[in-house]
Design a protein around this ligand. Structure first.
Ligand code: 4GP
Length: 835
């Protein structure tokens, strides 16, 4: 007989055994079982991949054992609010170590594997990460999923299961070479495909009006193409809680994958044609500089995951008796930048056409559902779609967008009669040149809350890019400063530091990062400082070994590790860093006996494949390494390393080993930065401008513990307005001139023309004020070197940096979103301000 539901929960839960037990004995038995029954291998003959997969399955069992109830509730809950995080990118990073940490079984698993003569660290190293994002925006989404689960807020991340993620980067002869990323080729054990929950997505065709039974005017969409979206779920367990959320990524499949009729008449390629065309939709992650030819596919991708997500959400809502009019009471949906902005007309379409709501009611639901986060002020990143392209792919959506726009423009005219300039600026349609749809404006009009990702960024959004929107509805704007998860970026990646911190202040800090304040008094304790330095040395030794293995370059762990890892972009100014290195190099050449602090400069990051100057900057860095690394006059005092294929995994090895964190973007350009937080949390001191979250980091750690240099955002603007002349800066600064001339004369790489486009850019335009900030940067680096000569003072400052970084936990960011945007509390309870 089956036990009845009422007979108590214990009977409906599996027993704690090989599938769920947490001690090393259970864990090693579980891994063995998976080796045997899933991989068909005996431990003695199993490969590293067999061990990795079996360990992952054993961990996944334990995720489900903890989380299955909350997972069930997530989609089958009649009430409460769930957060839907809509994002074209999720840069999740490797899963094994992070899941072990969140489950609290890292050490137990290490012991379990040890019993089988396997090192957990080797399996962690073996793991291939899903690179389903370009950079900060995608990694932020992943940190937020971790925090949502940890804070027990029901949430689903919705995105695309790209078959190929961000390219894998090799350095050949100093140049970036892009290779296809095959993250799935050895199997991905963390996800479950759920084909039974597939949804249909429509494209193209035309619309036609009709009159319904009540005599009302309605519109129906007759699509030309239908594609199936199949969800693939990855469980996201919070840190030491039982709440498990979902990352639900959609894969595109053909409705009919095989045309038997075509096959039977011998037309083999036509037999699979539909399948091939359809599957390109989720084939590859777009680099963020994509060419126009790819644009149609990118729009298809955006609509694809948004349509799947909204359908999934609506289906869950209706299944439990929810009505279309109350959709917003069940879901708070966040638009992670404008990529999912087509969700606004999509929800309107479903509510109007499929559920018969009146316009005003549908609009009310839509606006209450969505919030919009902007991640960049770069003009080239503000998305627009040609109207003809949009209309061909989504004819019904275009009609809805036009109607939203008509009402928007009428509203503006009512508030600002006669101000046609304002109407033109705020319109959803750009009329100049090829008519196009402005996605940021669409996201703004459709959202009840709009935010930037750091205080300065939100201020600049409000005063510049979105100032018209602020004037119309200031109450919709707020700031939510980014954060990062301390579980992955400290606990999992810096075990030595974590042990020391836990021994000193207890083990609450990963879930309550403000507790790090407890470290402050220890900054004055010489014995503690020594242990702090020992941890850093150990981390640097480990990184030095990895650098040797990846690049062949030997670096001295006793030297100052000065690190800049992030996307390669002119606004991030890796070339300013290079100018400083060459300045030091020239000083050594002129005076080989100079007493100089030995430094290892590490760079890492990918350049967008079509961004010529960024790729040239990589070559500039590697050429600088070639010049200085083996120069006998340098005597090992300068080393320059380009760490290939920077990724989440690489970052986890790099952040813990940094002494100095380079956050040197032109003020006003970096929306927030999150690498700055990861470095500082691991005890690096920041050299940086007043940009993005640097400003708030400096406020928190104290200006005396931060190396500040450079123009402010206002000064940058003023300098440009008054005719900034980089050539004059070059003429007047002798050291700068010598360094620029060294590059321009073929001193790097032998070909004087090689870096011409970089140098011409600097000397004639310099839009990112590299030359303007050069002297301030070099001077600031002198202060860094001076402090390095006092290891006690350095360690004190490093401890204070960590102690005061509590604000930058992504848990705090999520609490801010809950309070300011979503109005939702633990377990989905609506909070004050909920619609
Ligand atoms: C990035 C911003 O450049 C970075 O400053 C910010 O920290 C991050 O988003 C998260 O908010 N933007 C992107 C992008 O990654 O693709 O626009």
């Amino acid at each position: 007989m089956y036990p009845s539901v009422n007979e108590g929960e214990s009977q409906s839960e599996p027993s704690r055994d090989v599938r769920t037990g947490l001690d090393p004995g259970n864990l090693s038995q579980a891994v063995c079982d998976y080796l045997y029954y899933f991989q068909g291998r005996h431990p003695a003959t199993a490969s590293r991949n067999d061990f990795y997969l079996s360990t992952a399955y054993a961990v996944r069992d334990r995720l489900f054992q903890r989380g299955v109830q909350s997972l069930d509730a997530l989609l089958h809950r009649p009430e409460g609010r769930t957060v839907a995080y809509l994002s074209a990118e999720f840069l999740m990073g490797p899963q094994l170590a992070a899941n072990l940490v969140n489950l609290g079984i890292y050490d137990a698993m290490r012991e379990a594997l040890w019993r089988m003569d396997v090192r957990l660290e080797d399996l962690i190293e073996h793991e291939v990460e899903p690179g389903l994002g370009n950079g900060g925006l995608g990694r932020l989404a992943a940190c937020y999923l971790d925090s949502l689960a940890t804070l027990e807020i029901p949430a689903i991340g919705y995105g695309i299961r790209y078959e190929f993620g961000i390219f894998s980067q090799q350095i050949r002869e100093g140049w970036q070479v892009e290779l296809t990323d095959k993250w799935l080729h050895l199997g991905y054990p963390w996800e479950l495909a759920r084909p039974e929950r597939a949804v249909s997505v429509r494209y193209g065709g035309y619309t036609e009006p009709y009159t319904d039974e009540q005599g009302r005017y309605r519109v129906r969409w007759i699509p030309a193409e239908i594609v199936k979206g199949v969800p693939h779920d990855t469980p996201i367990l919070g840190y030491r809680v039982k709440t498990c959320n979902l990352l639900r990524l959609w894969r595109a499949e053909a409705v009919h994958s095989f045309d038997l009729a075509a096959f039977n008449v011998g037309d083999y390629s036509r037999a699979v044609e539909e399948q091939v065309t359809t599957e390109t939709i989720s084939k590859v992650l777009y680099p963020n500089d994509a060419s126009p030819q790819g644009k149609a596919l990118r729009l298809k991708q955006q609509y694809f995951f948004v349509a799947c997500a909204i359908e999934d959400m609506l289906r869950a809502h209706l299944r439990f008796g929810g009505r279309p009019e109350t959709f917003h009471k069940r879901w708070a949906a966040q638009l992670n930048d404008t990529h999912p902005a087509v969700a606004v007309p999509e929800l309107m379409r479903l509510l109007l056409d499929d559920h018969g709501l009146e316009w005003d009611d549908a609009w009310d639901v839509t606006q209450k559902t969505f919030g919009y986060t902007n991640h960049t002020l770069l003009p080239e990143a503000l998305e627009t779609w040609p109207i003809d392209l949009f209309g061909a792919l989504l004819p019904r959506h275009l009609e809805i967008v036009f109607e939203i726009n008509r009402r928007l423009c009428d509203g503006i005219r009512r508030v600002y009669p006669g101000d046609e300039d304002r109407v033109r600026r705020m319109s959803l349609v750009e009329e100049q040149g090829r008519r196009s749809l402005r996605m940021a404006n669409l996201a703004c009009v459709g959202s009840h809350a709009i935010n930037g990702v750091a205080a300065l960024h939100t201020e600049l959004l409000k005063s510049q890019v979105l100032s018209d929107w602020v004037a119309m509805s200031p109450e919709r704007f707020c700031n939510v400063t980014n954060g990062v998860t301390p579980r992955r970026f400290v606990l999992a990646s810096n075990p030595a530091l974590s042990r020391l911190v836990t021994e000193t202040i207890g083990d609450h800090w990963p879930a309550r990062l403000e507790a790090l304040r407890g470290l402050e008094p220890h900054a004055e304790d010489p014995a503690f400082r020594k242990r702090w330095r020992d941890v850093k040395r150990e981390n640097k030794q480990q990184l030095a070994a990895v650098i040797k293995e990846r690049t062949g370059i030997s670096v001295d762990p006793e030297s100052l590790f000065d690190i800049q890892v992030k996307r390669i972009h002119e606004y991030k100014r890796q070339h300013l860093n290079v100018l400083h290195i060459l300045t030091l190099y020239r000083r050594l050449k002129e005076n080989p006996g100079l007493d100089m602090v030995p430094r290892t400069f590490v760079f890492g990051g990918k350049a967008a494949p079509g961004y010529h100057v960024a790729k040239l900057i990589i070559k500039l860095i590697t050429a600088t390494g070639d010049l200085v690394n083996d120069d006998p006059d340098v005597r090992g005092r300068l080393k320059v390393v380009f760490f290939p294929n920077f990724s989440v995994k690489a970052g986890q090895a790099i952040y813990p080993a940094a002494d100095v964190s380079e956050q040197i973007s032109t003020a006003g350009q970096e929306a927030s930065g999150t690498g700055n937080m990861k470095f500082s949390l691991n005890g690096a001191l920041t050299i940086g401008t007043l940009d993005g979250a640097n400003i708030e980091i400096r406020e928190e750690v104290g200006p005396e513990n931060f190396f500040l240099f450079g123009l402010t955002a206002d000064e940058v603007r003023a300098a440009k307005a008054s005719g900034y002349n980089p050539r004059a800066v070059y003429e007047q600064n002798q050291e700068l001139r010598a360094v620029v001339d060294l590059i321009g004369s073929g001193g790097l790489g032998g070909d004087p023309g090689l870096f011409r486009s970089v140098l011409d850019g600097l000397l004639w335009h310099d839009p990112f004020m590299v030359l303007a900030d050069y002297q301030a940067y070099v001077d600031c680096q002198e202060r860094v070197a001076a402090l390095w000569r006092d290891p006690e003072a350095w360690a004190r400052m490093s401890i204070l940096n960590v102690a005061r970084m509590g604000k930058f936990s992504s848990d705090r960011s999520i609490r801010d979103y809950c309070e300011r945007v979503w109005h939702v509390g633990p377990l989905g309870a609506p909070t004050e301000g909920a619609p």
